[in-house]
Design a binder for this molecule. Structure first.
Ligand SMILES: Nc1ncnc2c1ncn2[C@@H]1O[C@H](COP(=O)(O)OP(=O)(O)OP(=O)(O)O)[C@@H](O)[C@H]1O
Ligand SMILES: [Mg+2]
Length: 234
């Protein structure tokens, strides 16, 4: 098992946002956590990356207890996050942002740059342009690319379709699907867009106000009455 989360609770001051959730991701799997606004998706991902302290529970990565490990050491182990409303380094060029992505990993940018530009051709065109002059959608692509150039072992993706026009959102989901199916990249995606994420993932968890209420194969969740009613609008 690549990622194992046991009874994880996370709070902000006195307010607990995530209440003892347990889930796992196998090597090579594509898992989604779906949930509404405020369900605790971002909180969970940030705790996995080490950007948010946990109140209790355990996080194991490839058998190692990383619950209290600082974020940069988790990055060195090969965990990468594409954050919500993905921010890039605005005063760096596209290329320089990508160079930041390999920091702490043994892979070299040269090896990964070609395939990354292939996935996101617009970034090649814009490689010398400052990141803050990219459109929102282009910055989103840069954030994914920046996570990918380090050849991560586990990619955490937070609400990647937000702010993208539908056609681009579909393309980004397709890129994630292909990275998983063709390249074997292990992905944990959190999304409000239940249908799009369940369509491309193997398994899913439904997070409601900080608790996992339903879990199963994505193909089963798509047909689950509770999921259909709450998240698929039918
Ligand atoms: N820095 C913070 N301080 C206090 N409360 C917070 C903080 N960040 C999040 N929360 C609260 O924790 C809960 C979970 O928030 P979180 O951002 O994890 O939700 P989410 O599922 O990612 O929602 P969204 O889909 O809107 O991004 C919410 O009730 C939120 O108000
Ligand atoms: Mg969020």
């Amino acid at each position: 098992m690549l990622l194992e989360v046991n009874d994880l609770s996370v709070s902000y001051g006195d307010i607990e946002a995530v209440h003892g959730i347990s889930f796992h991701v196998e090597n090579g799997e594509f898992v989604s956590i779906i949930g509404a606004n405020g369900a605790g998706k971002t909180t969970t991902l940030r705790a996995l990356m080490g950007l948010q302290n946990v109140k209790s529970g355990k996080i194991l990565f490839d058998g190692t207890d990383i619950t209290d490990m600082p974020a940069h050491r988790r990055a060195n182990l090969g965990i990468r996050i594409v954050p919500e409303r993905a921010r890039c380094f605005p005063q760096l060029t596209v290329y320089e942002n990508l160079r930041m992505g390999v920091y702490g990993r043994s892979s070299s940018l040269k090896n990964e740059l070609g395939s990354t530009y292939e996935l996101f051709p617009i970034l090649k065109e814009r490689s010398d342009q400052y990141a803050n002059t990219l459109s929102g959608g282009e910055q989103q692509q840069l954030a994914i690319a920046r996570a990918l150039v380090s050849s991560p072992r586990l990619l955490l993706v937070d609400e990647v379709s937000m702010g993208l026009m539908p056609k681009l959102a579909i393309q980004v989901f397709e890129v994630l699907r292909s990275l998983n199916k063709d390249k074997g990249l292990t992905i944990l995606l959190v999304e409000q867009n239940a249908l799009s994420s369940l369509k491309i993932s193997d398994r899913g968890y439904v997070l409601e106000t900080g608790k996992i209420e339903i879990e199963g194969l994505s193909s089963d969740l798509i047909n689950d009455d509770r999921v259909r009613e709450a998240y698929l609008g039918s």
